[in-house]
Design a protein around this ligand. Sequence first.
Ligand code: SAH
Ligand code: F3S
Length: 477
Amino acid sequence: MSSNHIIEEKKQGQALVTEINNNNKKKLFIESYGCQMNLNDSEIVASILSKEGYNTTQILEEADMVLVNTCSIREKAEQTVRKRLQKYNSVKKINPEMKIGVLGCMAERLKSKFLEEEKMVNMVVGPDAYRDLPNLVKTVEDGKDAVNVILSKEETYADISPVRLNSNGVTAFVSITRGCDNMCTFCVVPFTRGRERSRDPKSIIDEVKDLWENGFKEVTLLGQNVDSYLWYGGGLKKDFDKASEIARATAIDFAKLLELVALAEPKMRIRFATSNPQDMSLDVIRSMAKYDNICKYIHLPVQTGSTRMLERMNRQHTRKEYLELIDNIRNIIPDCAISQDMIAGFSGETEEDHQETLSLMEHVKYDFGFMFAYSERPGTPAAKRMEDDVPLEIKKRRLADIIALQQKHGLYRMEQFVGKTVEVLIEGNSKKSDLHWKGRNSQNAMVVFPKGNEKIGDLVNVKVNDCTSATLIGSRL
Ligand code: SAH
Ligand code: F3S
């Protein structure tokens, strides 16, 4: 997530490829929609199925098994998946042996209803049930339908080594928590991904070290709410109070985990997402400041600038508290980049509330933003108790205001780098030209510059000569 634009779900589907095991005969086509966590989950699924005789393919028509890892966050995300299912169905008509499975948040939300609603689907698997895939796949191969949408108190897939799919060989995701306990009233995630639980820090560090040994240079620690990370020997975050005294005394929180990871692999660049303002502690900011290899970038969704709306959203902090957090970040890490998520037109939002969002943005001047019109999700507290009462036209207009302002701020932030030298990790060819490299600086700004004798994975100094609102344009010193 590196430029200021609305995430268009339809663009996010990505066929993932790798050759895993040469003895594998069956072919798996797996696609992911939605968040980075889904991409990482697909890597876990590919790893589990490689042991069941499946290698991944990028060619839909030759697949024996088609899996789509789905997103429920907005209605549009679900519509995109439904369209993909139609496409798979047209291929299945030519290849009737092909099996189709739905993974992730839509699977969890709709459960076996999926099999009734979409006749082409053979298998429905929720985000905590991937370990059961060997059984489920066998059932499907035997010609029966299979469903497992049981949510778990423990599952973190800690011991499963993800197969790095579609990888650039430089950057990788490492999951550290699953689920979310926050219950923001608009959000479906607590219902589709279950209660919050943290992964054993040892397995996280082992994975990071293993990635380094395999040439990776940057990891992003992933969770719905990373600041809420808490390891006390396993189990749900909400059961922490019931743990033994010794377990509580030796618990590891996110600030500590960051420090452990930074020290374990001092040259590995470390990023994390997503931070929740109500849970982000000063200790986390201090850990970031202390270690050079922790990137100076925080994705800190706020959703709205109005305290009244924050309350309706059950965000557990006020506008004032959020701005204090921003001040603390800027005091402790003056060069830290900050990005937002915003929702335009949530239930009850007035023009005055909207103006508060714009004035908060004016104050923070975010580096990047991810902005959405409110989409009511069935089963959420907002859908149950609050009317979706802002007309679509007004939602769209407010969203356009927010996007326009973000573009202005994005450009302003990028301009601050012009004339300076930034350190860039080279990720690959620039999108527009094979003669240019692309990579990101610590603040997550995309940088492009003409190729010299560098190679992918090198960390190099680049002088910034120019910029757009999404890209820094530079040259080697
Ligand atoms: N903590 C999570 C948030 C997941 S949802 C994370 O890891 O990013 C990502 C963003 O989608 C939210 O921050 C919010 O801005 C947006 N979003 C969530 N539910 C939404 C809804 N019902 N309508 C519109 N946008 C929504
Ligand atoms: Fe959703 Fe709020 Fe959790 S946005 S993922 S309920 S922090």
